[in-house]
Design a protein around this ligand. Structure first.
Ligand code: ZN
Length: 114
């Protein structure tokens, strides 16, 4: 499970941040997960729950914000939010598209209790 290794490195960051700020514990963690990041939010949540036991984030609440796939046509410049993965411009049928958002996996916010 891909998500387990992501959570493992996430906890390395969390432990580090807690130490840096001399925090007693981590209250909440917010992640941004792009729909094209290859990460399944439910798996991420499950892995987080398993992993957080006996860590500084044992009581932490995990929030996952799903970022939809957003593309821009290089030809006509239109920006499209995609719900499917058909990479053709809806306006001019061009296949020259670039991804603006939706591939990210970001740690957006950590709330600490000092
Ligand atoms: Zn276009």
């Amino acid at each position: 499970m891909h998500e387990l290794s992501i959570v493992a490195s996430l906890f390395e960051i969390l432990e580090e941040k807690a130490k840096e700020n001399k925090a007693k514990k981590i209250i909440s963690v917010k992640l941004q997960v792009g729909s094209l990041s290859g990460v399944v939010p439910e798996f991420l949540e499950t892995a987080f729950k398993i992993y957080k036991k006996d860590t500084v984030a044992a009581d932490a609440k995990l929030t996952i914000e799903e970022v939809p796939l957003k593309i821009q046509c290089e030809k006509c410049g239109v920006e499209i939010i995609k719900n499917d993965f058909v990479f053709i411009c809806e306006k001019c049928d061009s296949r020259e598209l670039k991804t603006l958002a939706g591939t990210e996996l970001l740690l957006e916010k950590i709330e600490l209790e000092v």
